[in-house]
Design a binder for this molecule. Structure first.
Ligand code: BGC
Length: 437
């Protein structure tokens, strides 16, 4: 009997996304890559070749005893030209979902994971007044065609990351920097499109489970006893983590952004569960010269565990304990919670076993507190194309050789397989002591 035993129905999964896995997609990100914006100079290319051989990796997930897999649909394949559906693409997604069903792996399907057709980007993406209508139409088509194989959906992946990197930092297309207004409007546009998709899915599948995936970065004051540090870390939290949570809970935005973002009342209570993507923590120090960042300077505490560096990015302190804190935070929604992503960039697998063990302990603590946590999707199954960092950052339970397409299971993959098989964790067997939360 495992010391930390999990409920019988618990989902042990891995998370993936279309552009990062399928290969040769034609969307706003492939154009961005072709324009030379990837810091490593890489492009996604064949990626993990899933358009041809996803089933081989589904079998690998099965070999790891996983009972769940998160994949995404590539809108630009399904509707490459506005209003024209590609039936062959939809058939390919059907065959992928059928393969998962045959392996008794439950699919969780994301409808927008950072990418969309170029025609949609060129009309302004989620800033366009037409965004909701077009997104809803695509979602309706996808769910009508695939709904007999899947009833578990994520409308949008990480609207906060999409908006901040696309309109404030500029690492993602459309590459705008410092455009605070568009950062807010993009999130508001995604929230309204999410709400329309939520209702459209429920019209087709009344019993569907629908939500979005919320990225939560933990912000703590650099100095707990400094009121200014506490204030600025709270501002970082509200502006980065808080937007969608608040919209779902109340159908509105913070009072000071309400005048910019328009009516959000339709967003209220459009979630059947909460999906959390948890990776990192930053400490925040009040700094008068960081006005553009709400007077907070983000830091990584000395000695904190760090993943592999990207070309210029520091993803912050790797903080699997954040799973418990984030789950506590959203428990008030009284909805089931899934950890829809958690992982670390770690080519040599020096940290990933520890991350997985701590994540499992954090989830067990949450369950002991009575929190309704239903599943964990490790990011990622195979090394993925990591957006602006290209192939420099490796997140896979399986290492990928991009030249040969060969896969090699990392030791952390063996550990995770054992946890999934036992449906629990025992530090005596697995040899990694739990971290004090
Ligand atoms: C995204 C993934 C990404 C992962 C690792 C998440 O923010 O949803 O697409 O690869 O983090 O950085």
């Amino acid at each position: 009997m495992a010391i930390t035993a999990f409920p019988e129905q618990f989902r042990w999964g891995a998370a993936t996304a279309a552009h990062q896995y399928e290969g040769f997609t034609k969307n706003q990100w492939s154009r961005w890559e072709a324009q030379g914006h990837i810091k490593s100079g890489d492009s996604s290319g064949a990626a993990c070749n899933w358009w041809n051989i996803a089933e081989e990796d589904f079998q690998r997930a099965k070999d790891l005893h996983l009972n769940a897999l998160r994949i995404s649909l590539e809108w630009s394949r399904i509707e490459p030209i506005q209003g024209q559906w590609d039936d062959a693409a939809l058939r390919r997604y059907r065959s992928m979902l059928e393969a998962l069903r045959n392996l008794q792996i439950e699919p969780l399907v994301t409808l927008h994971h950072f990418t969309h057709p170029i025609w949609f980007e060129d009309m302004g993406g989620f800033l366009s007044p037409k965004a909701t209508e077009y997104f809803e139409r695509y979602v309706t088509k996808a769910v009508e065609t695939l709904g007999d194989l899947c009833d578990f959906w994520i409308t949008m992946n990480e609207p906060n990351v999409y908006a901040v990197f696309g309109y404030l930092i500029g690492d993602f297309p459309p590459g705008r920097q410092g455009d605070i207004r568009s950062t807010l409007l993009a999130q508001a546009g995604m929230a309204r499109a999410h709400a329309a998709a939520y209702r459209a899915i429920h019209r087709i599948q009344p019993s569907a489970k629908v939500s979005w995936a919320q990225h939560i970065n933990i912000f703590d004051p650099a100095n707990q006893s400094s009121p200014l540090d506490r204030w600025s870390s709270r501002q970082q939290d509200l502006s980065f983590n808080g937007f969608f949570l608040r919209a779902i809970e109340t159908g509105s935005a913070e009072w000071y952004i309400r005048p910019f973002v328009g009516d959000m009342s339709m967003v209220k209570q459009t979630a059947d569960y909460i999906g959390l993507n948890i990776y990192a923590r930053n400490t925040v120090r009040f700094n008068l010269s960081s006005a553009g960042e709400l007077f907070g300077k983000r830091e990584t505490p000395a000695g904190a565990p760090l993943g592999d560096p990207g070309i210029s990015a520091n993803y912050g302190e790797i903080y699997p304990q954040g799973i418990l804190r984030a789950a506590q935070r959203v428990a008030r929604f009284r909805l089931p919670i899934y950890i829809t992503e958690n992982g670390v960039a770690d080519r040599a697998d020096r940290l990933r076993p520890w991350v997985i063990a701590q994540a499992v302990c954090a989830m067990h603590d949450a369950l002991e507190e009575g929190i309704d946590l239903r599943g964990y999707y490790h990011w990622s199954l195979v090394d993925n194309f990591e957006w602006a960092e290209g192939w420099t950052m490796r997140f896979g339970l399986y290492a990928l050789d991009t030249e040969t397409q060969g896969r090699t299971l990392r030791p952390s993959g063996e550990l995770y397989a054992e946890i999934a098989r036992m449906n629990g964790y025992d530090e005596k067997i697995h040899g990694i002591a739990r971290h004090k939360m």
